[in-house]
Design a protein around this ligand. Structure first.
Ligand SMILES: C[C@H](O)[C@@H](O)[C@@H](O)[C@H](O)C(=O)O
Ligand SMILES: [Mg+2]
Length: 450
C-alpha cells in the first residue's frame, strides 16, 4: 500500500439516534411489531481533520445497550494511526473482536458484534475519504492481496483460504473495468419491501404497489407469519396489483417452528413466492435445511442472513444447503471485513447474495458491497438484487439513490455513504433531540415507558 496519508485518530464518538417509525407501523413484521428505526452512530475524528462516519442499525430500546458496547471499545481505536489499522486491517479486526474481557459476552455475535460493525463501518468510510473514492470503488480497485489482508480467515479456512481468495480475485481482475463501466451506466437492481409491512392496511398495500410499480420496481416483498388467512388475503391482493411477471417474496422474520414453516409456506405456494425469508430461528442451520429441502419441489427458495451472527454461521448455512439466497446485512456481523469473507465463501459455494437493507443506513452501506461483488467476485447480477426501503434516506448527506429502472445508482461521493445530516442528529438524537423533546411534551411517547 504505502500510498495513503497517515492520519492520527483522536476521538471515537458514539450517539443514539432514533426515528419514531413505530407510529406508522413502518418496518413492522411478525416479530417486530413496533420498531423504531434507530442507529448507533459512530464518528471517528482525526487530528488532520478527516472524519469517518459509521453506524449499526438498531430498534429503539436496543440502542442503549449497543451504545455502551461501542463506548467499551473506544480504547482500541483512539490514539491509533490510520496506517497502523489499514495496513494490517485483518489483524486489527481480530484485535477488536478478541478483547479478552469483552469477548466473553460474544464472542463475535450479538451486541458486541453490532458495536464492532458500527466502528468498522466508520473506519471504511474514513478509508474511502482518505483515498477519495466511494467504498465500492475502493474495494474494486484494491489489489487482491490488499483486499484479502483485511479479512480474518480464522474458522473459515476449511472453506476458503487467503490464497484461494487471492486467486479468485486475480481471475476476475482483467475484465473488471468493463463491469465498472456497466455499473456506472446502469446501476444495480433493487427490490422493495415498502409495500408490505405487517401493520399496513390493505388499501395502503394496494396504493404502495401502484406507486412502486410506477417507479419501475419488478420485485416486491411482503411480511407474513401472524395469521394464515390474512396472509392468503394479502398475497392475493399483492399478486392482483403486481401481476405474475413481477417477482414476489415473503418474509416471516423467524416466527415459525420448522414444521409450521413448511406447512404455512406450502399454503401460500400458489402465489409463487421466489423466496421465504427467515422462516425459523436465525441460528437453526439444520431446521432451515429441512425447510429448504421441503420447499425445493415447489421452487420456493429459502433466504436468510439479516440476523445471522457471524461468518461461521453463514459458512454452515451454505455448507448445509440451508439457503438459496444469502442476505448479508451491512450493520451486522463484524462490518465490512467479515462480510467480504461471506461474499468469497458464497462465490466458492455457488450461493447467490441478495443483501438485506432498509434499516437506517443499510441501503446506503450495502449497495457498496454488492457493487464490489459485481465488479470483483461473482461478476454477475443474474438472480441477484438488493433490498430497498424508502425510509430515512433524506437524513443522509449522500443518500442511496434509485434510477428509473429501479436500480441503485453507483455512489460517487468518497466514503461509505454513512454521514448523517447535522439537522438529523439535532432532531433525532435520543432523548434530547428536538423531535424527541416535542414528542415527549405532546405525550406521543413517555420517557418512563420507552
Ligand atoms: C424490523 C425490520 O423492519 C425488519 O422487518 C426488516 O429488516 C425485514 O426483515 C426486511 O427484510 O427488510
Ligand atoms: Mg427480512
Amino acid at each position: 500500500m504505502g500510498k495513503d496519508r497517515c492520519l492520527n485518530i483522536t476521538t471515537l464518538q458514539a450517539k443514539d439516534i432514533r426515528w419514531p417509525t413505530s407510529l406508522g407501523a413502518h418496518g413492522s413484521d411478525a416479530m417486530h411489531t413496533d420498531p423504531d428505526y434507530s442507529c448507533v452512530y459512530v464518528t471517528i475524528a482525526t487530528a488532520e481533520g478527516v472524519t469517518g462516519y459509521g453506524m449499526t442499525f438498531t430498534l429503539g430500546r436496543g440502542t442503549d445497550i449497543v451504545l455502551l458496547a461501542v463506548r467499551a471499545m473506544k480504547r482500541l481505536v483512539e490514539g491509533r494511526t490510520t496506517t497502523s489499522i489499514f495496513e494490517r486491517f485483518g489483524q486489527f479486526w481480530r484485535e477488536l473482536t478478541s478483547d479478552s474481557q469483552l469477548r466473553w459476552i460474544g464472542p463475535e455475535k450479538g451486541v458486541t458484534h453490532l458495536a464492532v460493525a458500527a466502528i468498522i463501518n466508520a473506519l471504511w468510510d474514513l478509508w474511502g475519504r482518505i483515498r477519495n473514492v466511494p467504498v465500492w470503488q475502493l474495494l474494486a480497485e484494491m489489489e487482491p492481496e490488499e483486499l484479502v489482508s483485511t479479512i480474518d480467515f480464522r474458522y473459515i479456512e476449511d472453506v476458503i483460504t487467503p490464497e484461494e481468495a487471492i486467486a479468485l480475485l486475480r481471475e476476475t481482475k482483467p475484465t473488471r473495468s468493463e463491469r465498472i463501466q456497466y455499473l456506472l451506466a446502469n446501476g444495480y437492481p433493487a427490490y422493495t419491501t415498502q409495500i408490505g409491512w405487517l401493520g399496513y392496511s390493505d388499501e395502503t398495500i394496494r396504493a404502495l404497489c401502484r406507486k412502486y410499480l410506477a417507479a419501475g420496481f419488478k420485485a416486491f416483498k411482503m411480511k407474513v407469519g401472524q395469521d394464515l388467512q390474512n396472509d392468503i388475503k394479502r398475497c392475493k391482493l399483492v399478486r392482483e396489483e403486481i401481476g405474475w411477471d413481477n417477482q414476489f417474496m415473503i418474509d416471516a422474520n423467524q416466527t415459525w417452528n420448522v414444521q409450521t414453516a413448511i406447512e404455512w409456506v406450502i399454503s401460500l405456494k400458489d402465489f409463487k413466492p421466489l423466496w421465504i425469508e427467515e422462516p425459523t430461528s436465525p441460528d437453526d442451520v439444520l431446521g432451515q435445511a429441512k425447510i429448504a429441502a421441503a420447499l425445493r419441489e415447489h421452487s420456493i427458495g429459502v433466504a436468510t442472513g439479516e440476523m445471522c451472527c457471524n461468518r461461521v454461521m453463514f459458512k454452515q448455512f451454505m455448507q448445509a444447503n440451508a439457503l438459496e439466497f444469502c442476505q448479508i446485512d451491512s450493520a451486522r456481523i463484524g462490518g465490512v471485513n467479515e462480510i467480504l469473507s461471506v461474499y468469497l465463501m458464497a462465490k466458492k459455494l455457488n450461493v447467490k447474495v441478495c443483501p438485506h437493507a432498509g434499516g437506517v443506513g443499510l441501503c446506503e452501506m450495502v449497495q457498496h458491497l454488492q457493487m464490489w461483488d459485481f465488479c470483483s467476485v461473482s461478476c454477475t447480477m443474474e438472480g441477484r438484487m438488493v433490498e430497498f426501503v424508502d425510509q430515512q434516506h433524506d437524513q443522509f448527506v449522500f443518500p442511496a439513490a434509485i434510477n428509473e429502472q429501479a436500480c441503485y445508482v453507483a455512489p460517487r461521493a468518497p466514503g461509505y455513504s454513512t454521514e448523517l445530516k447535522q439537522e438529523a442528529i439535532l432532531q433525532f438524537e435520543y432523548p434530547h433531540g428536538t423531535e424527541w423533546k416535542r414528542m415527549f411534551d405532546e405525550g406521543i411517547f413517555t420517557r418512563e415507558n420507552y
